[in-house]
Write a protein that binds this ligand. Structure first.
Ligand SMILES: [Zn+2]
Length: 348
């Protein structure tokens, strides 16, 4: 009789645009028992660089536990283990090439087709890092809201006997995303400030970002249909319980504690989030039990967004309840219509 192998490490990777609410989703999923919220795990090099340089940024050098990443009981140990494997500099360079730049996806695809040793080494190191996070956080589920499409592709290539990767694509109305993105820019590597760009330019580039990140997420979802779920930010904040139930069913995890906290109006677990959109003074966030986000975008930028991205916005936000002879095809669809909360895909 065969011995059962070690349990698979579940990775929940959140995709989507900046300012789409991925941090709050990270925390909601990371409140599951045996899970750890890691925030933007793919930006760990950035966080340690900011800590080393004594950056005044509120979020970049600080873990959500309130400590500098160099002092955090999780990240300081994970970093030391990465360094002990002896290839920290290579890992950082490959992280940039294959994960974080605008051309990282074609670069990674070309490297894989060419059987690049650097690519294989990077994938190995990524697996080692995930094992290190799981071991030191005593977690069987890692939630990563880096959102970079390159990292998503790498996760999809992790060996399935050991890793169980699920993708959650968070879509937010692009007009709300733009109204957040347009008021800030990044004058240096670690800090945000009011945007110096005129509104039309800021709207144009913010719209391109929204299209790029969401299209990549959808393409990744097409290639990984069995492990991809798309949800809407507006549904998470207006119908949090039903949306969490959908995630629970899709990811096969227990989110009862998250639902309990939402119902009681208590904050979600903040875990050890890296980077992301959070406040130093409020390391925990609450899911709002009601209310929808409203766009405060002025007419000009809204027109630019709708002209460039209206087609994709329509695709994501259109009503999509499947119909059958009785109007609704499945029990699940019926439930979805009742709560009008969920637009996603799970095919198994
Ligand atoms: Zn921490």
């Amino acid at each position: 009789m065969n011995e059962p192998g070690p349990p698979r490490l579940k990775i929940i990777y959140i995709l989507g645009s900046t300012q789409s609410g991925s941090t709050i989703l990270d925390m909601a999923v990371g409140t599951a028992s045996s899970a750890v919220s890691t925030g933007e795990l793919g930006h760990i090099f950035w966080a340690f660089e900011a800590a080393r340089e004594g950056s005044s940024s509120v979020t970049v050098p600080n873990c959500s536990c309130g400590l500098l990443v160099t002092q955090c009981p999780l990240w300081s140990v994970v970093w030391a283990e990465m360094a002990a494997r002896g290839n920290l500099r290579e890992f950082e360079e490959e992280n940039r090439r294959f994960e974080t730049t605008a051309l990282s996806v074609p670069t990674a695809v070309a490297a894989r087709l060419a059987h690049s040793r650097a690519f294989a080494r990077h994938l190995d190191e990524l697996g080692s890092m995930l094992r290190s996070v799981a071991r030191n956080a005593s977690a069987g589920i890692i939630v990563d809201s880096t959102k970079d499409p390159g990292r998503g592709w790498l996760y999809s290539l992790l060996p399935t006997p050991e890793f169980d990767v699920r993708f959650i694509h968070m879509v937010r109305d692009g007009r709300s995303v733009l109204s957040s993105m347009m008021v800030t820019s990044q004058p240096d590597r670690f800090n945000s400030a009011p945007s110096p760009w005129p509104p039309p330019a800021a709207a144009f580039f913010s719209t391109l970002h929204w299209i790029y990140m969401n299209l990549h997420a959808s393409i990744l979802g097409r290639a990984n249909r069995d492990r991809y779920l798309r949800i809407r930010y507006e549904d998470l904040v207006s119908h949090p319980l039903e949306t969490l139930e959908s995630i629970e069913a899709f990811a096969e995890i227990d989110l009862s504690e998250s639902r309990k906290r939402v119902t009681a109006g208590k904050p979600l677990s903040s875990g050890h989030l890296l980077c992301g959109n959070r406040s130093k003074t409020a390391p925990t966030l609450k899911v709002q039990a009601s209310g929808r986000s409203r766009s405060s975008l002025s007419r000009g930028p809204e027109l630019i967004f709708l002209l460039l991205a209206g087609w994709l916005q329509w695709y994501y936000l259109r009503p999509s309840v499947p119909k059958g002879p009785t109007g609704l095809r499945t029990q699940k669809a019926r439930r979805n219509l009742t709560s009008s909360h969920f637009e996603g895909e799970k095919r198994s």
